[in-house]
Design a protein around this ligand. Structure first.
Ligand code: C2O
Ligand code: CU
Length: 552
C-alpha cells in the first residue's frame, strides 16, 4: 500500500473492516473495558477538521517559534467539545462522551506525508493511523468511529513512519478526553478544577527555534529543507527520516537519533512553565508525557504524597497513594490534589526527581545538558486567598475485575518480545519495522486473550548499556500482570520502581533496563494490522516498532 492510496481503495478497506467488526460483535468476552462493536452508520455527534500545518507561536521572549500544529474547524457538534489551546502549538483538546460518534477529517497542510493515531482508543484498523495510511500533502483522511473507551485521558499525534518523532516534536499533538456516566457520578473536580498538563522537553536555538537532532525547524514557506524536510513517512523504508536527518547534525545528533532526543527546556501545555494560580479546593490534574524520549519522576517538592485516581485507560478501581509517579513517554496519570488543605498564598511545586535510567547520565550529551533522569521543576501552583474548601477523593472510583492470566490462550507460554539493536537500527526480536509484515509470533486470533512479555535484557543495549523503553500497543488497553528485574539492574530499578502505577487499564508501559513486564491483552472486535512499538519516538522511527495481526 502507498501513501497516496486512492480514496476508492480506502473506502473499500473501511467497508471491509466495518463488516468484519460487525461480524465480531455479539460475542461475549469476560475481560474487556468496552462493549461489543457494531457498524458505523449514523450521523456523527461531532464532526471536525484538523488541518496539520505550519505556524508560529510565542514561547520565549523575543522571536516567535516556528511550529507545526493542528488548526481546528468545527463542522458539527458542541462548540465546548473542542478547545483550542490558545497561544500553544498543542491541541486542540477534544472532549467527547463515551458512546458518541465522531468524524474527524485530517487535512494535510504539511510538505510531507502524515497521519493521525488516536493513542489508547479502541478503533477499527483503518481508523488507527497506521503509517501505511499516511496521506500526501494536500490530501484528506476521514476518520469515523464510535468512542467506546472508558472515561479517561487519551491523545492523538502523527504516525508517519520515520517522521513521527520530528512531527510530534514540531508541535503536532492533542488530548482526547472521554467522559462517561460512571465518572460523572463521582463528582470529581471539574471545570476550572480539571486541569490538563501536557509535559514535554524541547531544545531551542539562539533564535527561539526548535532544534531536533541538530537541525532547526524551517519556516512555513520552506517545508522541504532542514530538520523538518520532506520525510519518507509512510513509504515503508526501514530507516526513516530520523536516520537521514541525523547525518546533518554531527555525532551528538547521530547518537540522539538512536538513543532519543532530549531537550533542556521543559514546556507545560506548549508554554514556558509559569506559576499557575489555583483555588483552595480539590483539583484533578491530568498529566500526559508527550515528550519524544524523556521520562518524568513526578513528586511534590515538599514530599506530600501523590493521589493517583487514573492512568492510561481511565479511572483506577480506587485511588492509590505514591511518594512519586513515573511517567514514561505517552503515559498519562490522573492526579487528585487537595489544594484546599494548603495555606493561602503558599506554593505547591511539582518536580521531576532524579532517577537512574541506566544510561549513566550519558544521554545528557544528546540533549545539551539535561540528562535523562536529571531533576528539574515541572509546574508551580500558587494558592489564591479565597476560602478553603478541602476535600477527599472518592474511596471507590470504578469496578475493575482482577486480571486473570488463565483466560489467556498461551497462559503457560507467554510470548516474548525484546527490543534489540543491530547495525545502528532498533528492532524487536531482531526484526525492524516492516510496513506490512507481521510474523507468526505477531499473529493473534480475534477474540482471544494472550500474555505478552516485554523483555529488556542485554539484547537492546547500545555499547553495552541497556536503556529504558516505553512500550505501547495499539488498538487496545491491557493489564499489567507482573514485573521482574535482573539482579544486576536492581540499584537503578530501585530509583523508579515505587513510582510505577500498574493498576487499572494501560496502553503504554515503562520497561526499565533488565526488566521483564508481563501483560494480559485481549484482541477483540477489530481484525487487521496494528502496531506495537517503543514510544520513545526516535527508537520507534529507527525501527523499534512492529505490526501485530489480529486474524479473524
Ligand atoms: Cu502514541 Cu503508535 O503511538
Ligand atoms: Cu525505546
Amino acid at each position: 500500500m502507498h501513501a497516496s492510496e486512492p480514496d476508492a481503495d480506502r473506502r473499500a478497506l473501511l467497508l471491509r473492516s466495518a463488516r468484519a467488526a460487525a461480524g465480531a460483535a455479539g460475542m461475549a468476552w469476560g475481560l474487556s473495558p468496552w462493549p461489543a462493536q457494531g457498524q458505523e452508520t449514523a450521523r456523527p455527534d461531532l464532526h471536525l477538521e484538523l488541518h496539520a500545518e505550519p505556524g508560529e507561536v510565542s514561547i520565549r521572549p523575543g522571536a516567535p517559534t516556528r511550529v507545526w500544529r493542528y488548526r481546528t474547524r468545527l463542522l458539527q457538534g458542541d462548540r465546548a467539545a473542542v478547545e483550542d489551546m490558545a497561544g500553544s502549538y498543542l491541541g486542540p483538546i477534544i472532549r467527547v462522551r463515551r458512546g458518541q460518534r465522531v468524524r474527524i477529517d485530517l487535512v494535510n497542510g504539511l510538505g510531507e506525508p502524515t497521519i493521525i493515531h488516536w493513542h489508547g482508543l479502541h478503533v477499527p484498523e483503518a481508523m488507527d493511523g497506521h503509517p501505511r495510511f499516511a496521506i500526501a500533502p494536500g490530501e484528506r483522511y476521514v476518520y469515523t468511529f464510535t468512542v467506546v473507551n472508558r472515561a479517561g485521558c487519551y491523545w492523538f499525534h502523527p504516525h508517519p513512519h520515520g517522521r513521527t518523532g520530528a512531527q510530534v516534536y514540531a508541535g503536532l499533538a492533542g488530548l482526547f478526553i472521554v467522559s462517561d456516566d460512571e465518572e460523572a457520578a463521582l463528582g470529581l473536580p471539574s471545570g476550572a478544577q480539571d486541569v490538563p498538563l501536557v509535559i514535554q522537553d524541547r531544545a531551542f536555538d539562539g533564535d527561539n527555534q526548535f532544534v531536533y537532532l541538530g537541525r532547526t525547524l524551517e519556516g512555513a514557506g520552506t517545508p522541504s529543507r532542514g530538520m523538518m524536510g520532506r520525510g519518507e513517512g509512510g513509504m515503508g523504508g526501514m530507516m526513516g527520516g530520523g536516520m537521514r536527518g541525523m547525518m546533518g547534525g554531527g555525532m551528538g545528533s547521530m547518537m540522539a537519533a538512536m538513543m532519543g532526543m532530549l531537550g533542556d527546556q521543559i514546556l507545560v501545555n506548549g508554554a514556558m512553565p509559569a506559576v499557575r494560580e489555583v483555588a483552595r479546593r480539590p483539583y484533578r490534574l491530568r498529566m500526559l508525557n508527550a515528550s519524544n524520549t524523556r521520562s518524568f519522576k513526578l513528586a511534590w517538592s515538599d514530599g506530600a504524597p501523590l493521589h493517583v485516581i487514573g492512568n492510561d485507560g481511565g479511572l483506577l478501581a480506587r485511588p492509590v497513594q505514591r511518594a512519586y509517579v513515573m511517567l514514561a513517554p505517552a503515559e498519562r496519570v490522573d492526579l487528585w490534589v487537595d489544594f484546599g488543605s494548603r495555606p493561602a498564598g503558599s506554593e505547591a511545586v511539582l518536580r521531576s526527581l532524579a532517577f537512574d535510567s541506566g544510561m549513566g547520565g550519558m544521554m545528557g550529551g544528546a540533549g545539551r545538558g539535561l540528562a535523562d533522569g536529571a531533576a528539574f521543576e515541572v509546574q508551580r501552583f500558587r494558592m489564591d486567598t479565597g476560602p478553603a474548601l478541602p476535600g477527599e477523593p472518592p474511596s471507590v472510583l470504578s469496578t475493575i475485575a482482577p486480571a486473570d492470566p488463565r483466560v489467556a490462550v498461551n497462559v503457560s507460554h507467554p510470548k516474548v518480545f525484546e527490543p534489540t539493536m543491530g547495525m545502528m537500527v532498533w528492532g524487536i526480536n531482531g526484526e525492524s519495522f516492516d510496513m506490512l509484515a507481521a510474523s507468526e509470533l505477531e499473529t493473534v486470533k480475534l477474540g482471544t486473550h494472550e500474555i505478552w512479555e516485554f523483555r529488556n535484557d542485554a539484547q537492546g543495549s547500545m555499547m553495552g548499556m541497556a536503556m529504558p523503553h516505553s512500550m505501547h500497543v495499539h488498538g487496545l488497553q491491557f493489564r499489567v500482570l507482573s514485573r521482574t528485574v535482573a539482579r544486576r539492574y536492581a540499584r537503578e530499578y530501585a530509583t523508579v520502581s515505587a513510582g510505577l502505577v500498574d493498576d487499572g487499564w494501560k496502553d503504554t508501559v515503562l520497561l526499565m533496563p533488565g526488566e521483564r513486564v508481563r501483560l494480559l491483552m485481549q484482541f477483540r472486535d477489530y481484525p487487521g494490522l496494528f502496531l506495537y512499538h517503543c514510544h520513545m519516538l526516535e527508537h520507534e522511527d529507527s525501527g523499534l516498532m512492529r505490526n501485530y495481526r489480529v486474524s479473524a
